[in-house]
Design a protein around this ligand. Sequence first.
Ligand code: 5GP
Ligand code: ZN
Length: 112
Amino acid sequence: MDCLFCKIVAGEIPAQVVYQDDSTYAFRDIHPQAPTHVLVLPRKHIASLAHAEAGDQALLGHMLQVSARLAIQEGLGEGFRLIVNTGSDGGQTVDHLHIHVLGGRAMHWPPG
Ligand code: 5GP
Ligand code: ZN
């Protein structure tokens, strides 16, 4: 499958990996939008949040917990933001589900 993030999970493309377990993988974004910018994704290919199925519920919950734990590990105890861009209007540019973990600066609302 010609998927950038599947290739990173497979070790075919290098990345700054910060966490991995049986079902998830996390690495630093190549174009960080905040002092901390980590991507948390499922090892298995799910094209987007809209493509997740009923059987993925536990995996999705685990991804959220991994994201929060990583945020704390990264020193973001003052707060952080999780983002899941979904589809073209949602700003998704890589079609493999991922959670952006952003922090280390104050976030703004509403987002752009
Ligand atoms: P999206 O726009 O789909 O929500 O997020 C994709 C993210 O992947 C972007 O923030 C982009 O900077 C990041 N990205 C794209 N290509 C690479 C890459 O080759 N390596 C890493 N580490 N991040 C990437
Ligand atoms: Zn993939």
